[in-house]
Design a binder for this molecule. Structure first.
Ligand SMILES: *[C@@H]1O[C@H](CO)[C@@H](O)[C@H](O)[C@H]1NC(C)=O
Ligand SMILES: *[C@@H]1O[C@H](CO)[C@@H](O)[C@H](O)[C@H]1NC(C)=O
Ligand SMILES: *[C@@H]1O[C@H](CO)[C@@H](O)[C@H](O)[C@H]1NC(C)=O
Length: 186
């Protein structure tokens, strides 16, 4: 019997190892700038992941938001202090500017057709930058968690095009309408 089970076990092991190599866990990722984050989570949609350090004494969070993207697309991540979906979200968007540099800045998602213009958010934001590495776009930022809460509604998104250095509307089907949830900064 043992000799019958052995090939089966090897098959299962091969399936498992090939599966885990495509569905890479967030903790195995090395940031090109050697930044290290204490916590990370694979978000359930769009292949995205969120990395963070929570500094309780100052109630600030240093984040990296990473998602697969083409150089012509954009990514965004945000917290919604007063709602569960897109509208009202305090976001950070990143894309490749037509001058060839990655740009990242805070923006208010104040309607379903936001301007995507740079804006001041309802919480402090600093150290914002964007990076494009091997098919992934990454947003870095430090944010102040106002109100003393560490649990928030979060949204994240990606879109395939940027026109005149303004991110165009994302798809309104499939994973692009499921990419929201809660985050609890430990
Ligand atoms: C996160 O905190 C660790 C120490 O706990 C530190 O080594 C690391 O540089 C911090 N990362 C960022 C991005 O601040
Ligand atoms: C959320 O609600 C609080 C309390 O009503 C308000 O002070 C704050 O400005 C709101 N934030 C946003 C981003 O709308
Ligand atoms: C590209 O444009 C952005 C946004 O205006 C600017 O911050 C950045 O410095 C520019 N980069 C180059 C290489 O000109």
């Amino acid at each position: 019997m043992a000799s019958l089970f052995k090939p089966l076990l090897i098959c299962i092991l091969i399936i498992f190892s090939s599966h885990s190599s495509t569905a890479q866990t967030c903790s195995s990722y090395t940031f090109s700038n050697s930044k290290i984050f204490n916590s990370c989570t694979n978000l359930p949609h769009l292949g995205a992941s969120l990395y963070y350090n929570h500094t309780a004494s100052t109630n600030t969070i240093s984040i990296a938001f990473k998602a697969p993207q083409k150089s012509t697309g954009w990514i965004a991540w945000g917290l919604n202090p007063n709602g569960t979906a897109m509208v009202g979200s305090q976001a950070i968007v990143a894309f490749m500017h037509s001058n060839g540099s990655m740009v990242a800045y805070p923006t208010q998602l104040d309607s379903y057709t936001p301007s995507m213009a740079p804006a001041t958010l309802s919480f402090p934001v600093s150290d914002v930058s964007g990076e494009y590495v091997k098919g992934d776009m990454i947003i870095y930022a430090t944010i102040g968690l106002v109100g003393g809460s560490s649990k928030f509604n979060q949204v994240w998104q990606e879109g395939s095009s940027v026109v005149n250095d303004v991110p165009s509307a994302h798809s309104t089907t499939g994973e692009n309408i499921k990419s929201l949830g809660t985050v609890s900064f430990q």
